[in-house]
Design a protein around this ligand. Sequence first.
Ligand SMILES: Cc1ncc(COP(=O)(O)O)c(C=O)c1O
Length: 372
Amino acid sequence: MMTLPIIRPTLPPLDELIDLIRPSWESGAVTNGVMVRALEAEACRQTGARYAVAMSSCTSGLILVPRALNLPPGGEVIVPSFTFTATAQALLWNGLVPVFCDCLPGTCTLDPSDVERNVSERTVAICAVSIYGLPPDIHPLLEIGRRKGIPVYFDSAQGLGATYHGQSLGQFGACEVFSLSPTKVVTAVEGGLVTTNDIALADRLRSMRDYGRDPVHGEDMVDLGLSARMSELHAAVGLWSLRRVHEWGKARLTRIDVYRDRLGALPGCWVQELPEDRTTSGNYFVLFITDRAKTNRDTVYQKLHQAGIQTKRYFHPPVHEQTLFKQWTTRVSSDLAHTELAGREGLALPLYSHMTLDQLDTVCRAVEDILQ
Ligand SMILES: Cc1ncc(COP(=O)(O)O)c(C=O)c1O
């Protein structure tokens, strides 16, 4: 039993949740109903996107998007390897070939110059990822997509509440896919959201999340889909939480500042660079522990575990090193040096919106004791 878990979702008080869910419950329409529509409207309000489509998870959204964008099976999609496995697994589900590119050394987000080096006539799309809540450098990626005539979409699973050049995430590229799983700033217990300004794409995804159902003649199936609807219960939790996204984002950033101040300058350690042109959602705080530190990353992980402090080696292993991906056709950029280094050095520490300053201090002291 961990004294300090790596995450603890901030959840609505049960009595408030019961009040929210009561109308759906009593009507018997317990999936894809009024709560889901309210959540989608709130997602548009918070992100500035014109359309939002709720999904059962971010992964189901990521699986549906390539087909909704008409990406041809066998085509190559550029993705970072320094990401969560779902970004690239969704491509395998679509018969697409992931092309793993390197991340930048400071922000750990997809390196546009490596994308440029790897884009070819076989490339059918680019998918970039918010890392720990920090958006990638979006403009150069959109520019590559525009020049090559291919869509750019975003796995913004961790990025809800973040901004790029003063604009909220949710409005960039062909679409963005967010996660509402329990490890995220905003949770629906489980769930996902796809946001887009493209009405045809939104309509197609709405149909595909429900087996590809014809929106007018509901008995006919017009597309290949999934059972990826969101329940009213999940939507109620998500709505309650989404209304508080900025409040919780701020709470996390305050805690991240403490971590950065106290741990960022420990010998042999570094923290994610946060460029001035964007803000992070504050989903994770990751301390990078190099081999110049007093103790190596894996030993710090074990010692904190023994002290009841749960941490996560993150992202480790990077996707191109995962057994699954070695069994599929993929392509790997000639140099994934920064990805491999970040995968060896990164350790995510406990962080949640309602984490107390005492808890934060306990983690800081434990890490300082090991690394100072
Ligand atoms: C970058 C990234 N993509 C996708 C996912 C998958 O999200 P979900 O669990 O909602 O399917 C996650 C979840 O951790 C993630 O961090």
